[in-house]
Design a binder for this molecule. Structure first.
Ligand code: ATP
Length: 230
């Protein structure tokens, strides 16, 4: 496969929590490049640093050292280089958290359009985009329903619609197929693959779900805060 633009470029990234006796080295000198069109899995035992790495790439967490470039822009080099991290996240990054991360007091459609409100879209355009995505994900008929009344698979697709609403090129997913049966897990993977190709995006997913391992272009293994060979 021809590799697209480098969308994520992590160089020498380290992150520790705490100091002295309580210090935990969650990431140690991580180098990672991810290209447009790639769908990669982040694997590793509990505590190996997967969530920490995802949060660093998502600009939610500052590393202790190293450099991070997203979509060609340096965003961290010992310090944050951008003052508008929220804007950066809204424009470039889509997070697919587990479905229970939906806002319970908003409908499915509002859960998607709220991200577009924040990004400055007009209410009408935001609603239209939310409907378009929910239809595309085959949950349009549930647009006016609140999360408590959605099935696990429906809620997961709404969470995916929300992550994709603003057409980000970097999509970060935390266990995107957890709690889905095998058929639905494959559908979600088909969708992520299609997105990566059509939107020239990259997908980085933390997963423990062995039934989807063969759907990734690369499996990245973390052990004790370091990248390990597969
Ligand atoms: N806020 C924090 N304060 C202190 N230590 C933390 C914090 N967050 C994570 N850690 C520690 O950093 C290490 C890496 O944690 P991280 O959550 O990144 O691992 P993980 O691979 O995602 O684990 P899991 O699969 O259990 O979610 C662990 O030892 C964890 O206990």
């Amino acid at each position: 496969m021809t590799l697209g633009d480098i969308l994520v470029n992590v160089q020498g990234v380290a992150k520790h929590y705490g100091e002295g006796e309580t210090r935990v080295d969650a990431l140690r000198s991580i180098d990672l490049r991810v290209h447009a069109g790639e769908v990669i899995a982040l694997l590793g035992p509990s505590g190996s640093g997967k969530t920490t790495l995802l949060n660093v790439i998502g600009c939610i967490l500052a590393p202790t050292a190293g450099r991070v470039e997203l979509d060609g822009d340096a965003v961290f080099d010992g310090i944050w280089l951008r003052s508008d991290l929220r804007r950066l996240r809204l424009d470039k990054i889509g997070f697919i958290f587990q479905a229970h991360n939906l806002l319970p007091f908003l409908t499915a459609e509002e859960n998607v359009s709220v991200v577009l409100d924040l990004a400055g879209w007009s209410a009408a355009k935001g609603r239209a985009r939310a409907r378009e995505l929910l239809d595309y994900l085959e949950v349009g008929h549930r647009a006016k329903v609140k999360p408590a009344l959605l099935s696990g698979g429906e809620a997961q697709r709404v969470a995916i619609a929300r992550a994709l609403a603003n057409r980000p090129r970097i999509i970060l997913a935390d266990e995107p197929t957890a709690a889905l049966d095998s058929g639905r897990a494959q559908l979600v993977m088909d969708l992520l693959r299609k997105l990566a190709t059509e939107q020239e995006a990259c997908i980085i997913a933390v997963t423990h779900d062995e039934k989807i391992f063969d759907r990734f272009d690369r499996l990245i293994h973390l052990r004790d805060g370091r990248l390990a060979d597969a």
